[in-house]
Design a protein around this ligand. Structure first.
Ligand code: ZN
Length: 264
């Protein structure tokens, strides 16, 4: 099962509604609703097929009904499988785009929907706007059977993760990975390999994950961003970030690959 972006839903597909109140999504009887009921919604749109389900999103207008149960986006992602996580991320990004792009940033005229895509256009000065996706990278540095993991000051207690950082304007992904590795923990890396990606709608990141081999330098944690950084043997890993995170997938998959390659 996967999430597929298409212009129109598959005929006769069962429907799921992702109805937003700020950054919270509506649940009915513990699940995402299959009907919009009589709710007044704005910014309604079809967002794609999550497996067999046609997913629609919209934002509630005015006060929500008293019996509504709202779930935060992070909790909603934790509750759902990967295709529905993608649907939730996409719905959230597009809803946020609608809310934050009602007027042109250059001339303040009201924006119009492009119609043929997700963009908006200013009828006065022709400036185009598209939903924002901000690339960020993550790198897991490998040295034999050891992984270099770090923890930030806001991490849950004991949790360590791969290094991560936002791509600077004008920078390539590869440059970003090398820069962040050197800035955050003081090491040099080589043999950069792309591993996978994930939409991370807090608020609009696209995480791109890499592995790399350690190529030298002593581990020195950057004081402002990194509380601690150290090498962990793959058989003695610390608590990792949430199972829905790309970091968890990257670290556990890399550890499995090293085990498979070394036969132990
Ligand atoms: Zn304009």
């Amino acid at each position: 099962m996967s999430f597929i972006i298409t212009p129109t839903p598959v005929a006769g597909a069962p429907v799921i509604w992702l109805i937003w109140n700020g950054d919270k999504v509506l649940l009915r009887a513990g699940t995402l609703p299959t009907q919009r009921d009589a709710l007044a919604l704005t910014a309604t749109r079809f967002i794609g097929m999550a497996g067999e389900h046609a997913c629609f999103s919209g934002e509630i207008v005015g006060a929500p009904p008293a019996d509504a149960h709202w779930l935060g986006l992070r909790e909603a992602l934790l509750l759902h499988d990967f295709p529905m996580q993608q649907a939730l991320s996409r719905a959230r990004l597009l809803t946020l785009f609608d809310r934050q792009h009602r007027f042109c940033g250059a001339c303040a005229a009201p924006l119009l929907d492009n119609g043929h895509d997700m963009g908006k256009r200013c009828p006065h000065c022709d400036t185009l706007y598209y939903p924002k996706v901000s690339p960020a990278m993550m790198v897991l540095i490998v040295r034999g059977r050891e992984l270099l993991l770090a923890r930030g000051p806001h991490f849950a207690e004991g949790v360590y993760s791969a290094l991560a950082g936002f791509v600077e304007a004008g920078e390539t992904l590869e440059q970003c990975v090398h820069r962040e590795a050197h800035e955050e923990v003081g090491v040099h890396i080589e043999s950069l390999r792309y591993a996978g990606s994930q939409q991370w709608p807090f608020p609009h990141s696209l995480m791109l994950a890499f592995t790399a081999d350690y190529a030298g330098g002593e581990v020195v944690a950057q004081e402002e961003e990194i509380e601690d950084a150290r090498w962990f043997d793959i058989d003695a890993l610390p608590p990792l970030p949430s199972k829905i995170s790309l970091a968890h997938w990257l670290i556990t998959r890399t550890a499995e690959r090293i085990r498979a390659a070394t036969g132990r």
